[in-house]
Design a protein around this ligand. Structure first.
Ligand code: FES
Length: 164
């Protein structure tokens, strides 16, 4: 599963037409670009967003070149790619925390239904995770278990006064 490459993670085929995860028909040759653009359409709800560093040093550490796409497939399989507890994966550039690579930031949508205790957590060494560890992380996040109480290595953050 984690080695699998995917180009269709954001779309589904129905009646020979391709639709993105938001239900819009997709432009030929794309997997998520809608044919009809509605500038007022809201972005898709997520409870948790995970920003995955995909820059030079973290990216080189990943076992898969398509880690973000693989994780989206895993989330689909777990039923967490849409709905109330949706977990969104976004790739980012360098966080300036390369020594903790591979690095990911967990952001909870606390304005809607995110879990405050898991908001703005930084986890490290995610390149070492196998599928069962990703499943355990996603399950914990979706069920609002405090990550602080679980065995996911976090990155400490210094006090702001340290640099005054
Ligand atoms: S390359 Fe990932 S934190 Fe720098």
């Amino acid at each position: 599963m984690m080695e699998k490459k995917s180009t269709m993670e954001n779309s589904v085929k129905k009646d020979e037409k391709l639709y993105n995860i938001m239900g819009s028909e997709v432009v030929d040759g794309f997997t998520c670009k809608p044919k009809k653009l509605d500038p007022e359409k809201p972005i898709m709800h997520f409870k948790t967003q995970i920003f995955m560093c995909h820059d030079e040093r973290c990216g080189a550490a990943h076992k898969s070149e398509n880690l973000a796409a693989d994780l989206r497939e895993l989330l689909k399989d777990m039923g967490l790619a849409k709905g109330e507890n949706r977990i969104k994966i976004s790739r980012t550039g360098c966080f300036g925390a390369c020594r903790f690579r591979s690095v990911a930031n967990i952001y909870e949508n606390t304005r809607i239904n995110g879990h405050e205790n898991n908001n703005n957590l930084w986890i490290r060494n995610v390149h070492k995770y196998d599928e069962s560890q990703w499943r355990a992380l996603f399950t914990a996040l979706a069920s609002n278990k405090d990550i602080d109480d679980l065995a996911f290595e976090q990155i400490p953050m210094s006090e702001p006064k340290r640099y005054n």
